[in-house]
Design a protein. Structure first.
Ligand code: ADP
Ligand code: MG
Ligand code: MG
Length: 247
């Protein structure tokens, strides 16, 4: 039974069908990359998986540990172990990060970690303790927002993590720290990861078991990590031409 199973997922945004039958199966303890050009529908996929309002789901299913989540609200999906680090993390003025983390854990019936454990967890992704008392993402740099997403991931311990361009805005050291933290979750407790990116740089740190290419609203090719390097040479347009699909 895979950790994440996506079957024939179709969805429209603003009246246009962006996902036209996406199939993905990610086992526990596996890292899968989803690559694709700008506008391919990668972020749409992440939001539809999480059940964000405003996306019209036209068909297909989303299962986590064999349970269909397609009809559930976002918070219910989160409770069942689905986690999204969005491409553009949301600012929450007036609410300190520490409070959000405590609330998220309380919603699952878990106590907030002791203060020193929280400081250590923040430090593991390169965030100073002061971030815990700042309003969430307000005046955070791009890289700090991404580090914060991975801090939340580490504390919430989901079954499946969808990481949408977790590499964007991160410097080399940040990328390494974030990738290490994610890989620790993969190895130690079997976290399943769907890592969305359009650059192979992330994948040299967060080495994927499988790479999928999203083009024209479908997964048009899947392969091993070498597929990411091949894409670097051919470009998405080159691959689309070779496969005879619309880019
Ligand atoms: P990617 O993440 O692969 O770059 P997106 O999923 O963000 O692509 O976008 C896919 C397509 O859907 C793009 O053409 C984008 O302009 C469009 N789109 C996404 N969200 C909206 C929206 N809220 N309203 C209108 N169009 C949207
Ligand atoms: Mg993009
Ligand atoms: Mg995107």
């Amino acid at each position: 039974r895979p950790a994440l199973e996506v079957r024939g997922l179709r969805a429209a945004v603003a009246g246009r069908e962006v996902l036209r039958g996406v199939d993905l199966v990610v086992g526990a303890g596996e890292v899968h990359a989803v690559m694709g050009p700008n506008g391919a529908g990668k972020s749409t996929l992440s939001h539809v998986l999480m059940g964000r309002p405003g996306y019209e789901v036209l068909g297909g299913s989303v299962l986590v540990d064999g349970e269909e989540l397609g009809h559930l609200a976002t918070w219910e999906r989160a409770r069942r172990g689905l986690f999204l680090a969005p491409q553009v993390p949301t600012e929450v003025p007036g609410v300190p990060l520490r409070a959000v983390l405590a609330e998220a854990l309380a919603a699952r019936g878990e106590a907030a970690p002791p203060a020193d454990a929280l400081v250590a967890a923040a430090g593991a992704v390169g965030l100073a303790p002061a971030f815990l008392d700042r309003p969430v993402n307000v005046d955070f740099s791009g890289g700090e927002r991404k580090r914060n997403e991975v801090l939340q991931l580490a504390l919430l311990r989901p079954r499946v993590a969808v990481l949408d361009e977790i590499d964007s805005g991160l410097d080399v050291d940040g990328l390494r720290a974030v990738a290490r933290r994610v890989l620790a979750e993969v190895r130690e407790r079997g976290l399943a990861v769907l890592a969305i990116t359009h650059y192979p740089r992330l994948l040299s740190e967060l080495v994927p078991d499988r790479v999928h290419v999203l083009l024209g609203g479908r997964v048009v090719q899947s392969g091993g990590p070498e597929l990411a390097e091949e894409l670097e040479r051919t470009g998405y347009a080159g691959l689309a031409a070779a496969l005879g699909v619309e880019a």
